[in-house]
Design a protein around this ligand. Structure first.
Ligand SMILES: [Zn+2]
Length: 366
């Protein structure tokens, strides 16, 4: 399989739940990793359980958080364990196109005089073809009003000192559910993922650049959003798989077939929507001059792309006949996620045959 995706994700070795948020535990160790490493490593194997399969599995095990006010402690442990292996899903970054921080006074060296002056400075983080970029812009020195009061480096620029053509502080957010972009204040969606920042500072905080170590340390994910997003991906994939059942002609019920096909269409629409923030980048190739690579702003996006790969190849994401777990396989007749599951299933089937046989023999004796 060609390497179709690239990118980096992060994980801490320990997470904890606090006030409904999943966040790194104190003194947890940060590590960046390539989420495709495991997928690529395993997809060459005949039978593979990819990282995204484990998310689908987890989503199926968790109680529906919309119905219950909170998860059981067993479910909470499962989520935290999963996060320590893969990291958070990156739901905020998945939904963010661009962020503009409030303009601040910053000491800038001006040429040719070679002196430092305080200038309004704008920081923007933009999700683009090669990942997140930081755009820094300074106001022109001649446009700055003569100093009327003491300005301090790092303080917020107010009133007429903010250049008229600069964007207002805020974030361009595209909701996971309807993918319609909206320009919002930082206090709305953006600040919700940084529970450690005090309420009064949320609109003006100097948020660090996405994926920086400071960002990773501050970022937290509401448990509700984590569970909902995982379920969204799982439902989309299971619904798409319904088409395969209709094709196999086992339903023998026209109405149910129509329902299944409708659900499969909905699943496709949902998966399209989930992968919509992904960007196709042109990068230096190894054998050719250039190669193409999909970039994702989030782990959720990477996992959706992995699932799409498997769906495009097999038409559905496979489930084990024994444990019902998700897996991939190049063999179209593969039924089990592992050799162990095949053995367990075959042993069980054998015992059942023996039991049936014994009862038959018993009946005959009567
Ligand atoms: Zn299995």
């Amino acid at each position: 399989m060609p390497e179709i995706a690239g990118g980096t994700w992060w994980r801490f070795d320990r997470y904890e739940l606090r006030d409904g948020f999943i966040l790194p535990a104190p003194q947890a160790v940060l590590e960046y990793y390539d989420p495709w490493g495991e997928y690529r490593g395993q997809s060459r194997a005949k039978i593979a359980v990819s990282p995204y399969h484990s998310l689908l599995e987890l989503a199926g095990q968790l109680a529906d958080i919309r119905l219950a006010p909170r998860l059981s402690s067993g479910d909470e442990d499962r989520v935290l364990r999963w996060c320590s292996q893969h990291g958070l899903l990156g739901i905020l970054l998945h939904q963010t196109e661009a962020v503009a921080l409030p303009a601040r006074w910053e000491l800038v060296r001006v040429w040719p005089e070679q002196r430092d002056v305080l200038l309004p400075t704008l920081y923007e983080y933009v999700w683009g073809n090669d990942g997140w970029s930081v755009r820094v812009e300074h106001a022109k020195p001649e446009a700055v009003q003569p100093q009327k009061r003491t300005r301090a480096a790092g303080s917020i620029v107010t009133g007429k000192d903010v250049p008229a053509d600069w964007p207002r502080a805020g974030a361009l957010i595209r909701s996971l559910y309807d993918s319609r972009p909206r320009y919002e204040s930082l206090e709305q969606t953006w600040a919700r993922f940084f529970p450690s920042i005090r309420e009064g500072e949320r609109a003006t905080y100097a948020y660090p650049c996405p994926l920086s170590t400071e960002f990773c340390g501050l970022y937290a994910e509401p448990l509700v959003d984590f569970v909902r997003s995982a379920r969204l991906l799982r439902d989309a994939i299971l619904d798409i798989g319904l088409e395969k059942i209709v094709e196999s002609d086992v339903l023998q019920d026209h109405h149910m077939e129509m329902d299944f096909l409708y659900a499969a269409d909905e699943g496709k629409r949902m998966l399209s929507s989930i992968i919509s923030p992904l960007r196709l980048a042109v990068i230096d190739g190894q054998s050719q001059a250039v190669e193409q690579k999909w970039m994702s702003p989030s782990l959720l996006g990477f996992f959706a792309l992995m699932a799409l790969q498997d769906l495009a190849e097999h038409g559905h994401v496979r489930r084990c006949d024994n444990c019902n777990g998700f897996f991939s396989s190049e063999a179209y007749q593969a039924k089990y996620c592992s050799a162990r599951c095949r053995q367990v299933y075959q042993k069980r089937a054998y015992r059942k045959r023996r039991r049936d046989h014994a009862s038959l023999v018993g009946e005959r004796r009567i």
